[in-house]
Design a protein around this ligand. Structure first.
Ligand SMILES: [Zn+2]
Length: 485
């Protein structure tokens, strides 16, 4: 086994940069959909990019490096998910107000100061992932913090920016990109220098920042929806940038491997790409300071103090607080509380818990495990069920029209017959709750035929007749009282 590292003595310094995709209806600078559902491109367009000197003069070293590779770029075009803006043939439209407000919310949740004027900038990117050769970005928040174990973690800045096109192929110097990801609003969160933390703690801090952005309820889910870049350095060493970490759970391992690499070889400042096994490989020299210049197609945006105050008043409850409320007030186990927070049914869950007296654990469990189980094992098409049916379902459960054991059966019925309501389902499935008297009668019938049948067998037969209509514990009580010892 390798010797454990003493990160304190090594003076480990980390800078984190999180990129979170916002789940807005439209892209940041055009009206295209952000849903990324279209699988087949309608067309492809081929381009070559050239670096241009920025207004400050000189060509950026990182940009020049990409240029020297002299590549051709092929862009896949989509019907509703790309337009002339993505192709750089039409100027950007005004910034999407939904994305702008979400970025403001996130900045305020991270305790940032909001500048009175927002200047949209162009950041030089000529790996082809932006057709224009630059990415539009704007700083929305500055000098914030989050509290981690009683300590203030500095948030240097929060920006809203366009996502880049996703690479789908690289053959003989021809790189293919899909244009549907280009222009999706991202929030970029950069921390200050984090010193005095272990890699495991850094991972928890990254998770905490991610959770704060999720508080808005308007961030995308799934792989690639949160991506991270990171600066890593140790005592007397250069700063190394690692790009494109798509999984939070691997962060501490990436840091440890990078520190070991820096200790074992002579390293120079550079940008490295992340490999799935946690190691990294050289990508390009570090970008210089000439990467940014103002976007001339768009005017600066003024934000009044009144506007910021309004956003501040309407801020969503931070997830850190919400998870505590779920655990303490609703008595959800930790795992279930986190799962329902990450679920697409979060809003519905809260509405149901608010309007009915059903045990929150039953409601959460339905959304995070029963629905998933039915989808996976029985191929039930849950998405066919209209959303208001779930409120109907728990309202009926609240009024004791059926017992909780019947939930899977009813959900399955509702997915099969989406036009039917819960009342019809109960009738069709014959799920009127069974009374203790009914269970007694069935048990008596079984025992009349075979008086010496052992308890387990009697219980099994009775259960098969009343399953889903009465709590199993109640059946057990009745049967136990009637079977001879
Ligand atoms: Zn577009």
């Amino acid at each position: 086994m390798e010797k454990a590292l003493n990160y304190k003595n090594l003076r480990l310094k980390i800078g984190l940069e999180l990129h979170v995709q916002l789940d807005t209806q439209h892209k940041l600078f055009c009206n295209c959909s952000t849903s990324m559902k279209e699988k087949t491109p309608t067309n492809t367009v081929s381009r070559k990019l050239h670096p241009v000197a920025s207004e400050m003069g000189g060509i950026d070293a990182a940009a020049e490096f990409e240029y020297l590779r002299d590549r051709a770029f092929i862009y896949q075009v989509f019907n509703n998910e790309s337009c002339l803006v993505e192709l750089d043939e039409e100027p950007p439209h005004k910034i999407n107000p939904e994305a702008f407000d979400l970025a403001l919310q996130i900045s305020l949740l991270l305790n940032c100061e909001i500048p009175n004027e927002i200047q949209i900038m162009r950041k030089v990117v000529i790996d082809g992932s932006n057709t224009s050769g630059f990415q539009r970005t704007a700083i929305i928040g500055l000098n914030g913090h989050v509290v981690y174990k009683g300590k203030k973690i500095p948030i240097a800045q929060v920006s809203v920016e366009e996502d880049a096109a996703a690479i789908v192929g690289d053959e003989n110097g021809n790189v293919t990109y899909r244009l549907n990801r280009l222009g999706i609003p991202l929030v970029e969160i950069g921390t200050g220098v984090l010193e005095g933390y272990t890699p495991a703690q850094i991972q928890e801090i990254a998770y905490l920042i991610g959770v704060m952005t999720r508080s808005t309820g308007k961030t995308k889910h799934g792989i690639g929806s949160i991506r991270q870049d990171m600066n890593v350095s140790i005592k007397n060493g250069p700063r190394i940038e690692i790009k494109g970490i798509q999984e939070l759970g691997i962060l501490s391992k990436v840091i440890e491997l990078e520190v070991r690499r820096q200790l074992s070889e002579k390293v120079k400042e550079e940008t490295r790409a992340f490999n799935p096994d946690g190691t990294t490989k050289f990508l390009r020299p570090l970008p210089g300071a000439e990467r940014m210049y103002p976007e001339t197609d768009l005017l600066p945006i003024s934000i009044s103090n009144e506007y910021t105050d309004k956003i501040r008043r309407d801020l969503p409850e931070p997830w850190t607080r919400k998870v505590e409320r779920f655990k303490v007030k609703m008595k959800l186990p930790e795992g279930l509380a986190t799962e329902i927070l990450n679920s697409e049914y979060l809003d519905l869950f809260e509405e149901i818990v608010d309007k009915t007296k059903v045990d929150p654990t039953i409601v959460a469990n339905t959304f995070v495990s029963i629905l998933k189980d039915l989808q996976r094992r029985e191929k039930v098409e849950i998405e066919r069920i209209p959303e208001n049916r779930f409120m109907e379902l728990f309202d009926a459960l609240d009024k004791k029209k059926f017992v909780k054991e019947a939930i899977p059966q009813i959900v399955k019925y509702l997915a099969t017959y989406p036009q039917d309501g819960v009342e019809e389902a109960l009738k069709e499935l014959n799920l009127k709750p069974a009374t203790a008297g009914e269970v007694k009668d069935i048990t008596k019938e079984v025992l009349d035929k075979s008086a010496n049948m052992p308890f387990e067998k009697v219980y099994g037969i009775v259960m098969s007749k009343v399953r889903g209509r009465i709590d199993a514990q109640d059946v057990m009580k009745v049967v136990k009282g009637m079977v001879k010892k």
